[in-house]
Design a protein around this ligand. Sequence first.
Ligand code: UDP
Length: 419
Amino acid sequence: MSFNLTTSSPEPGEATVRKALRFCVALILVATLLPVFSVNCVLALLCFKAPLKRLTWIDISAQPVRLYCWQAGLFKRSAAILNVLGGTIRLVGNPLVRDGVSIPVIRRFHSPCSSPGLFDSLWLYSLTGLSVKAPLALLQQQRDQSVFADTCLVIKVMLCLCLYRKSASMPSHSELFGIPFSNTRMQTAVDWIVQGAQQQPLQSACRAAYYINVNSVNLSAVNARLYQALQSSDRNFIDGSGMRIAARQAGMGLADNNNGTDMLPALCEAAVERKRSLFLLGAQPGVAEQAASNLRQQYPGLHIASVHHGYFDDDEQVCNTINQSGADIVLVALGSPRQEIWIDNNKHKLQAQCALAVGGLFDFFSGNIARAPMWMRELGLEWIWRLIQEPRAKFNRYVLGNPIFLFRVYVLQQALRGF
Ligand code: UDP
C-alpha cells in the first residue's frame, strides 16, 4: 500500500508569520483557561503537591512526547497547552494516542505531519463519529491548512469535547431507551449488510436494519408498532449527535455515526466488490430513478436492479416487483415510522438478503436536497441545516423533538443513577 504525499512547504518568511500567529492562538487559549489553571494550582498546593507533573504520550509516528498535566482540579490534560507555548508540540499536528484513533492503520505509514500536536482532525472526527476513510489524506489536508483553519479546528474539538466526549466503555451491542443497537465502525456495518446467505446459514428471511436517531426514539415512545419493529430488527445502527449525547449520559462511548447518507458510498463500493445488487424503494416519483442514475455514474459496475417510488398502497405488488428484480439489498426510503413498519410487515415476503430503512437518502443522492457543509457535520449539527432547508416539514421533528429528546435523556440519566 502506498500513499502519495505532496509536499508544499511555505516560504521561510511566511512560515515565521504562521508560527507567530499560532503562538498567539495558544496564548489566547491560555488566557481563556486561566481561571481553571488558577483553581488547579490552588487545589494542588492545598494537597501539598506540585501543580504540574509530566506524562509521556506517544504520537502516531510512535514518537514519545513529554507533556504537562495538572496534578489536581479540572481538565487536567489542558496543561499541555503550556507545552505548545514552550515549543515541545504544535497546536495542531500529529495525533497523540487517544481512544478511538485508529493507530495500527496509521503506524505502518509515516504521518504527513512532522510534529505532534495538541489538536488534530482525527480526534475531531472520532468525537463526532464521522468515519474516516483515508486518515492520512485527512492529516495531510490538516498539515497544509491555514492558521485560521487551525483555530477553527481547535474550537470545533473543544465544542465536541463538551458535547460528545467519549466514555471509556465502548460495548459492541447495547441498548438505549429500550432499543437494542450495534455500536460499530462504518465498515463493519457495511460488511454485515453485504454479507451473503452462506455467512448467515440459519437466516432464511430478509434481514432488517434500521438507523436509530432522535426522531425514531421520540416516535417509538408514542408508536408501539414502531417500537416493536425496532425491537425485532436484526441490526439497529446509531445515527446522529443526539444519540451520542444520550450514550454519553448513559456512560457509553459510540464508535462511528452510522447514518445512511455517510454509509451509502461505502455500501455502493462494497456492493460492486461483492457483486450485490440494490433496489431503491421510496421518495417522490422520479427521485429514486435520478439517485440510481447518479450512483451508477459514481460507482461504475454498481448494479441497481430496479427502483419504485414511495407512494403506493399495494405492498404485495411492490414485494413482487422487488423479488422479480432479483435485488440483494433493498433500500427503503418511506420516512419514519412508515419505512420501519413496512419492512417489519413485509420482510418475510422479500427474497433479498437485507432491507435497510434509509429516510431521505434518495433526496440527497438525486441532488434534490444538498447536504450540510462539512463544518456543520463535523460539529454534529446537520439537523440545523435540514431545519433551515425544510422549516415547515422539520419543525416538529427538531424544534419540538430535540428538547423532548433531551428531557428523555435527563430522565434516563436519573433512572441510571438510581440503580
Ligand atoms: N416518503 C415516501 N412515502 C411516504 C412518505 C415519505 O416515499 O409515504 C419519502 C419522502 O418522499 C422522502 C422520505 O420518504 O424522500 C422521507 O424523508 P425524511 O426527510 O422524512 O427522512 P429522514 O432522513 O429525515 O428520516
